[in-house]
Design a protein around this ligand. Structure first.
Ligand code: HAM
Length: 430
């Protein structure tokens, strides 16, 4: 009996790896321009980090975590998201003490959530995320959103929309919370058991409920923006102002609440409006989390960040009929006939690789014709055939597979002109 991948996970096969590499490079480049530095934290953490950080009434903590007990009887959890881990590391490694503040970090890696599998929703998925910790300047909120939008723009996506809201500070949230309880309490029996539990613990979560989405009380529920105190409203105005300075279009959605507990003030999501993108249109989500660093044992250090799933970016690209270029094709294929030619092929391949050329040869003792087919299939830029004559004369015919042009050269000449060969190939294609 064969064994398949677990539900909600998938293999990324070599043939699609080029787009992952391209996106990873795009992300690293963009983060370099915006001065975000990479951080890598463990894939598993103490469970408590997420119950405290993400919040024990959230869907993530209540239903979606891969939690296990290790042999030392500790409760560990495969990370469902990156923010809690980054903040833990920030506190543990005292990054708040470094001279350059705010600390601007990014990460890329797998996250794990036990969710119902559907297009765009997986149990293991790769998030790219950034966190800027140590500043409550609304301009950095705008920068964080700008970086996310820049990644989509560079990837070639056109149909994306930035949606923002303000969740306000503690005082505003408390006022809104009281209003929500008053609104839902008389009718709470109409709601699912989760919502009934949420009423006292975290009524904001009710607005996020997938099951009760259609209940008319959802639409008439008190809206956060109406409960923002002066300071919070002023902060939100400045965030919008800086988005305008950066010429980033946005929509305000007063119903946007986000599914994690650490948020306050700015909350945002980026949606795909590509046709055929499917039911889940959220590409990225993020927001401000002033207070989280303190909750996890650090000093006062306000933060903001976002995360996006790389898989959903690829889906959105497909929905817009676009893709990354495959830049990872082969420079040269060496075809050989006979044992002596094979010796030469082996050493020539190795020499060219020393000179930074990607080169392939036959390892199945195939006839020339099928070696040529391989060269074609691998989309080699050049092909060289080595047989007895070539060994005697020391000259080979270098063939450009895309133009069909052919040139006689010695082995040494090829090596000497490696850079030129790569260049002229690109020019011919352009
Ligand atoms: P989140 O909204 O839970 O926020 O997730 C962010 C993004 O991760 C989503 O917009 C989506 O692209 C992707 N994502 C989430 N769950 C899945 C899934 N099951 N399958 C595929 N993709 C998924 C966070 O994780 C926060 N840590 C973001 C943040 C960073 N806030 C501040 N800093």
């Amino acid at each position: 009996m064969s064994i398949n991948v677990p539900r909600g996970t998938k293999d990324i096969l070599p043939e699609e790896m080029f787009k992952w590499h391209a996106l990873e490079e795009l992300v690293r480049d963009t983060c370099r321009l915006y001065q975000y530095k990479e951080i890598r934290t463990p894939i598993f953490e103490h469970t408590e980090l997420f119950t405290r950080g993400v919040g024990d009434t959230t869907d993530i903590v209540q239903k979606e975590m891969y939690t296990f007990t290790d042999r030392g009887d500790r409760s560990l959890t495969l990370r469902p998201e990156g923010t809690a881990s980054v903040v833990r590391s920030y506190v543990e490694n005292k990054l708040f003490g470094l001279p350059n503040q705010p600390i601007k970090l990014y990460y890329m890696g797998p996250m794990f959530r036990y969710e119902r599998q559907q297009a765009g929703r997986y149990r293991q998925f790769v998030q790219f995320g950034i966190e800027a910790i140590g500043s409550k300047d609304p301009a950095i909120d705008a920068e964080v959103m700008a970086l996310a939008m820049k990644v989509y723009e560079k990837a070639g996506l056109k149909k994306v929309k930035l949606v923002i809201n303000s969740l306000g500070d503690t005082e505003s949230r408390q006022a809104h919370r009281d209003a929500l309880i008053a609104h839902f309490e008389p009718h709470i029996q109409e709601f699912c058991s989760d919502c009934q539990n949420r009423l006292e613990k975290n009524p904001l979560r009710i607005l996020d409920c997938k099951r009760d989405r259609e209940n008319p009380l959802m639409n008439t529920a008190p809206k956060l923006p109406d409960y923002l105190n002066e300071e919070s409203a002023g902060y939100f105005e400045k965030v919008k102002h800086y988005l305008e300075v950066l010429k980033i279009g946005y929509e305000v959605d007063p119903n946007l609440v986000r599914g994690l507990d650490y948020y306050n003030h700015t909350a945002f999501e980026i949606m795909s409006e590509g046709e055929g993108f499917g039911a889940i249109t959220t590409l990225a989500g993020g927001g401000r989390y002033n207070g989280l660093v303190e909750d996890l044992g650090g000093p006062e250090a306000p933060g903001i960040g976002f995360a996006m799933s790389m898989e959903r970016l690829f889906l959105a690209l497909e929905a817009e009929g676009k893709s990354f270029d495959n830049q990872e094709s082969l420079d040269m294929y060496i075809v050989s006939m006979g044992d002596s030619a094979k010796d030469k092929a082996l050493s020539f391949v190795s020499e060219l690789r020393e000179h930074n050329m990607s080169v392939e040869m036959d390892f199945l003792d195939r006839k020339v014709k099928s070696q040529m087919k391989s060269a074609d299939r691998l989309q080699a830029k050049y092909v060289v055939v080595i047989g007895d004559t070539e060994l005697e004369t020391g000259k080979v015919a270098l063939k450009n597979l895309s133009t069909g042009a052919q040139k006689e050269m010695t082995f040494e000449e090829i090596v000497e002109n490696v850079e030129q060969l790569k260049l002229s190939w690109q020019e011919e294609l352009a």
